[in-house]
Design a protein around this ligand. Structure first.
Ligand code: 13P
Length: 255
């Protein structure tokens, strides 16, 4: 079974969130895990609508504080997220790394508190264009994962497998319309899977970066791809429904 997670970034109003859930009241996840991650001010509305419609699409935060409370202006704590009914959180999205100074170490700390409190963590990794061109992909991914593995070591394998998910998003494919080729995705996921196995973890790995209904069918059939983290194409209800259909519908054989 796969995971479909929509990252709504800094989009949508309360009214948009309500109509999204109303339009998808009849959606059938067919055993897959479906999520959307709205901005902080929309979480309460999203959680209420999700519950009203039977929790078929769970709510994720886009980030979480590494402490339960304290002098951390602008942050949202696990305690506050749980109170709303949030199921988990993205951590270390490339936009957090790029624009807000998230480091591999601070991201691992956020992950730790989320795991401690039973949240699902979608931990984002991925190289930028320069790093790929310079052939530094493997080094970058290893550096992003090592602090995470250190944190995960303190939890039972069962907890980690159940709560921690990786999302591989090559930065050059985010919001650009450029998707990595299926061969590039296969090779990257294979490398990440092997790193995880070497560290003793068996984690689901999602792909993200210009995913849309037109390409998700093929992407989700690549070995070691366990679903998708989708930005732009997750915003509209129809497109979200089509994305889910790509996971549930068997791939047509090529003609
Ligand atoms: P796009 O699907 O819009 O490229 O965004 C990907 C992303 O950043 C999801 O987290």
């Amino acid at each position: 079974m796969a995971i479909l997670a929509g990252n709504w970034k800094l989009y949508k109003t309360r009214k948009d969130v309500e109509s999204f859930f109303d339009s998808l009241a009849d959606i059938d996840p067919a055993g897959h895990e479906c999520y959307v991650a709205p901005s902080p001010s929309l979480l309460e509305t999203a959680c209420r609508k999700s519950q009203e419609k039977g929790n078929k699409i769970g709510i994720l935060s886009q980030n979480l504080a590494y402490k339960l409370e304290g002098a951390l202006t602008g942050e949202t704590s696990v305690k506050q997220l749980l109170e709303l009914g949030v199921k988990g959180s993205l951590v270390a999205h490339s936009e957090r790394r790029q624009f807000f100074g998230e480091t591999n170490e601070s991201a691992a700390e956020r992950c730790k508190i989320g795991l401690e409190h039973g949240l699902k963590i979608l931990f984002c990794i991925g190289e930028n264009l320069e790093e790929r061109k310079q052939g530094r992909f493997e080094k970058v991914i290893e550096a992003q994962l090592n602090p995470l593995f250190k944190v995960a070591d303190a939890f039972s394998k069962e907890t980690v497998q159940k709560q921690l998910v990786l999302a591989y998003e090559p930065v050059w494919a985010i919001g650009t319309g450029v998707t990595a080729t299926n061969e590039e995705i296969a090779a990257s996921h294979d490398f990440i899977y092997k790193l995880c196995s070497k560290a003793g973890f068996d984690l689901s790995i999602l792909y993200g970066g210009s995913v849309k209904p037109e390409n998700l069918g093929a992407i989700s059939s690549i070995p070691r791809v366990n679903g998708a983290l989708v930005g732009g194409a997750s915003l509209e209800a129809k497109s979200y429904r089509d994305l889910l259909a790509c996971l549930t519908r068997p791939l047509r054989s090529p003609t």
